[in-house]
Write a protein that binds this ligand. Sequence first.
Ligand code: NAD
Length: 360
Amino acid sequence: MNLNVLILPGDGIGPEVTREAVRVLNRVADKFGHTVKTREALLGGIAIHKTGGPFPAETETLCLECDATLMGAVGLPEFDDAPPEKRPEKGLLGIRKAMGVFANLRPVRAYEALIESSPLKNALVEGTDMIIVRELTGGIYYGTPRGVSGEGAGERAVNTMTYTRAEIERVARMAFELARNRRKKLTSVDKSNVIENSQLWRRVVVEVARDFPDVTLDHLLVDNAAMQLVLNPRRFDVMVTENMFGDILSDEGAVLAGSIGMLPSASIGARRPSGVWVGLYEPVHGSAPDIAGQNKANPLGAIGSVAAMLEYSFNLKEEAAAVNRAMETVLNSGRVTADLKPKGVPATTGQVGQGVCEAI
Ligand code: NAD
């Protein structure tokens, strides 16, 4: 198979972790007889420096041409006070919109070797293996009317949580399909005891469930879901929820994995005619300016994103499993970066990438 992949290294530790992820992609492709063609483009702070904007037209053209896109991270402290249009993060919103990705998938796994790194008790975390599916393009972050008006004691801020039936249906369908290929359990999270938006959400999810009789569906209110994630994370297989609830719950899920540097993510859009999904893959972490350029960053979130790419955008499940197994081998060997190794000599970013390649 030919894998045409766009690489967007971005800012801070982005180039360091994507370099290792690309090495792993080439290694696994080589082993399984695929051909990788990568192209590189600008996004984020580096794009502002070189072109004046965070999401150049050339990057937009390339992300639509390639089969899948792998991103490092965007964000540089020097832009912290810049107007919204001139901020690196604007590039991220731009590319998500251009690619039409509407669901963010965050696999959360407790690796045996990292159990001690989680702040939660081992017995609670052990065996956790779930995916949080967050709706990415609707809800309160985008709804109108929005804004601040008035002054003094009457100054007022408004945001609007809005979803259409179609928006709920497409993300619910994707979550059911994911669950169907795993342990066949879907948990939908809402706040239907208080808000109408969630009542529509729940109604539509129940309707979609009729097409997936092999998947068991249950519902949790978001406050209870937040509690269950730390009380009994093993009870979850796939969780689906709207944008803001997903934003918050997926960061809570991050704690289970031990380090933010471990977490991959996939932002998925429509299915291509071939049946695979359009996807933008990136580690969950940001550009970590505090450790950038020091060869210290954990590349496993970016490498795990390659595994997700192989699975969702190329339907190469065996290859994805090979990457995941190799990551586990490296974790078990203790050849890990400083975020996972408070004592002893940590491995560098490059050594971890090399270790994964060797294990493949
Ligand atoms: P961050 O994720 O960059 O860093 C938080 C902490 O985690 C830091 O101490 C950092 O050193 C550590 N860390 C992060 N990734 C790591 C890795 N791979 N290995 C080891 N340690 C790691 O979050 P932040 O500091 O809040 O944000 C920094 C910049 O990144 C900001 O400009 C922010 O807007 C941006 N950001 C971008 C994205 C993205 O590109 N998707 C996501 C979050 C934040």
